[in-house]
Design a protein around this ligand. Structure first.
Ligand code: HEC
Length: 144
């Protein structure tokens, strides 16, 4: 080995050691970063599990069957009762209240459920329960 070659080996050796050290330090840093990176982003939690906190509370208000008299009226009855089509007791007037006075709720309800002249059975809300029809009539009366 000549002088130049010996020097080259030393330099390369030092360089190698330096690189190796840098590699060790880098590895240590990387490990922390990797652990951070692989931490779960969110936690899966089962409803009712206390560790989940309030974020897991289900929106209870949106329960099934939550149709109101108002929403049924707007969706099914307003087409006729909004403007008094075919003599339908008009919403926002006392026409429905007058009928209540004359006939009573039982008759109004049975006419609404079974149909009455131009008033179609269940007011076209075929999947409405009797209770829902009643709630809708009550909403219409409130609007009287
Ligand atoms: C296609 C039009 C139409 C729709 C839709 C409709 N109605 Fe009527 N409704 C009428 C008409 C017309 C009358 C008046 C019938 C009569 O007195 O001869 C009436 C009358 C009524 C009466 C009074 C019945 C009585 O004995 O005097 C009630 C209560 C009623 N409707 C409830 C409802 C409800 C609740 C809905 C929606 C779920 C609804 N209607 C949807 C046309 C409609």
């Amino acid at each position: 080995m000549n002088k130049f070659a010996a020097k080259a080996v030393k330099v390369l050796g030092a360089l190698g050691l330096g690189l190796a050290l840098a590699g060790v330090v880098q590895a240590a840093v990387n490990e922390e970063e990797i652990i951070k990176r692989i931490e779960p982003v969110g936690n899966v939690c089962v409803e009712g599990d206390e560790t989940c906190g309030s974020a897991a509370a289900a929106p209870a208000a949106a329960a099934a069957g939550g149709r109101t008299g108002e929403s049924i009226y707007n969706g099914k009855c307003a087409a006729c009762h909004g403007s008094g089509v075919l003599g339908a007791p008009k919403f926002g007037t006392n026409e429905m209240a007058q009928r209540l006075e004359e006939k009573g709720m039982e008759t109004l309800l049975s006419h609404a459920i079974n149909g009455f002249n131009a008033m179609p059975p269940k007011g076209t809300c075929a999947d409405c329960s009797d209770d829902e029809i009643k709630a809708t009539i009550e909403y219409m009366l409130e609007g009287s």
